[in-house]
Design a protein around this ligand. Structure first.
Ligand code: BES
Ligand code: MN
Ligand code: ZN
Length: 504
């Protein structure tokens, strides 16, 4: 997407679709005059109410009389940053549906919007651009005709050009924000593609290949441990989950170091289960295909590391991705098995469907030991219970550090990827006690999201600045919930905002 910030007269804009944003009160006050200036029939005001995300496409004309296609863009009543991003998404989505590749936005009111929303112009510009990437995203590369067996076939064209028309005083901030928005937006698209690719297109090594490609392009190191190395390192959790599979596991390390001073070392750990059948503790068949999204944590770690590298954040960021599928079969691990993890801690596998925590256990201990990070954050589609608790829009999270918890909560508010903190109280550890091993990987009926977090906590070796984010709900929109179902890229923007806070 080519993004241009211009101060030229709106009447000279030659885009195929020009958006005029309105809050509902602006529409009441200035709607008539502004629409009349473009020769638009005022009857539309009977229907268009400027609700957040509402779009009405109309035909008017320029001052010089040439025809102009206009999108009225609703921002809602009290216009929040979320409303603004939502409007961008609807606008871009409508353009793509209309096969329009060249769009423009009248940002003359962006300074005023900065005042009402309490966010700076750069943040607003970034959110709008990110919203355009989000709304224009389609996943159609596996349709016949576009099919490419490597999964990198011709993609939906999306938006080729976005023009932002601003007042002279806002140019610099808009350009800065737009540049960041395009990084975040494109990294989210990459993450969504990985999540949407099904198990027969994306196996553990394919995540590694994607990571290597990104690392080469954006200047960070990628190391991949294959099965032999994983065996000699003694990553018993990852190996146990991989036992039933025909595809080898991979342990992927992304290593981004900034040019200048390193403010902090941050480890980001992402669950990379390319397909979760449940293993011998097999899942019910209904909607099992959605478990291709069980590597969403890995995708968001890759997206966030790429974004951080492109934005040159002054942090040493290590991404750790344990990757495998979780399959049943004669060689698969069995319920009741006791395994030894990388840390030496033994685990009774009460349920083979609680596989995410087994592979994360190895990655957390390895990351803590090898990189001595100041901060450790893991992100995973870990428990169905988190969907029961918080639904499909919000992620649950835990932290043993109140400052980090606050940063993560605020990052959620700013990125629009909302999170809610749950407790790590020790009383929950009772549920994962094992008779035969150090710990059980399941904790019985109640508080499944919390007992999963208590399990992970055992593998950070006393680290005092750790957080776990459970994205089982918001990582994937099931059929019928949105315009584009499937992978959402949730986590990329959230993690990037957290990283930015760590350098503040
Ligand atoms: N990948 C699932 C969690 C999940 C469920 C993610 C639904 C997205 C949507 C995870 O591996 C799992 O199966 N968890 C079990 C844990 C249980 C066996 C303790 C669960 O949530 O049922
Ligand atoms: Mn599972
Ligand atoms: Zn899983």
């Amino acid at each position: 997407m080519k993004i241009t910030v211009t101060t030229s007269d709106l009447a000279c804009v030659e885009s195929a679709l020009l958006a005029l944003p309105f809050s509902s009160s602006e529409l009441k006050k200035e709607g008539t005059t502004r629409l009349a200036a473009f020769g638009i029939e005022l009857q539309v005001l009977h229907d268009f109410k400027a609700d957040a995300g509402e779009v009405a496409v109309l035909y008017g004309q320029n001052a010089n009389g040439s025809a102009l296609r206009i999108a009225l863009l609703g921002l809602g009543e009290s216009v929040t940053l979320d409303d603004w991003r939502k409007a961008a998404r609807s606008f871009a989505s409508r353009a793509v549906d209309m096969k329009i590749e060249d769009i423009a936005l009248d940002c003359s009111g962006i300074e005023a919007l900065a005042v009402t929303t309490g966010h700076c112009v750069a943040t607003l510009a970034a959110a709008f651009v990110e919203g355009c990437y989000g709304g224009s995203y389609r996943f159609d590369r596996l349709k016949s005709g576009k099919l490419d067996t490597k999964g990198s076939g011709e993609k939906s064209k999306g938006i080729a050009e976005l023009l932002l028309r601003v007042n002279i005083g806002a140019v610099e901030e808009c350009e800065k924000g737009a540049a960041e928005g395009r990084v975040v937006g494109s990294c989210q698209q990459m993450a969504r593609d990985l999540v949407n690719l099904p198990g027969n297109y994306l196996q553990a090594v394919d995540i590694a290949t994607a990571a290597e490609g990104s690392g080469k392009l954006y200047g960070y190191d990628v190391t991949v441990f294959h099965k032999k190395e994983i065996e000699s390192l003694g990553m018993g959790g990852l190996l146990a989950v991989n036992k039933g599979s025909h595809h080898p596991p991979a342990f992927i390390i992304l290593d981004y170091k900034p040019q200048g001073k390193v403010e902090k070392v941050v480890a980001l750990v992402g669950k990379g289960v390319t397909f979760d059948s449940g293993g011998i503790s097999l899942k019910p068949s209904e909607n099992m295909g959605e478990m291709k999204s069980d590597m969403s944590g890995a995708a968001s770690v890759l997206g966030a590391v790429e974004a951080a590298a492109r934005l040159r954040l002054p942090l040493h960021i290590v991404g750790l991705i344990p990757a495998t599928d979780n399959m049943p079969g004669a060689t698969a691990q069995q319920p009741g098995d006791v395994i030894t993890t990388y840390s030496g801690i033994t685990v009774e596998v009460g349920n083979t469907d609680a596989e995410g925590r087994l592979i994360l256990a190895d990655a957390l201990s390895y990351g803590k030991e090898k990189f001595e990070p100041d901060v450790i954050i893991d992100i995973a589609t870990l428990t169905g219970a988190c969907i029961v608790a918080l639904g499909y829009a919000v992620a649950g999270f835990f932290s043993n550090n109140d400052k980090l918890a606050d940063d993560i909560f605020q990052a959620g508010q700013q990125s629009g990827e909302k999170v809610w903190r749950l407790p790590l109280w020790d009383l929950y550890a009772e549920q994962i006690k094992s008779e035969v091993a150090d710990v059980n990987n399941t904790g019985g009926r109640g508080a499944g999201t919390v007992t999963a977090a208590k399990f992970l906590e055992k593998f950070i070796d006393g680290h005092t600045n750790w957080a776990h984010i459970d994205i089982a709900g918001p990582s994937f929109s099931p059929k019928g919930t949105g315009k584009v179902n499937g992978g959402t890229g949730f986590g990329v923007s959230l993690l990037l905002e957290v990283l930015k806070k760590l350098v503040e």
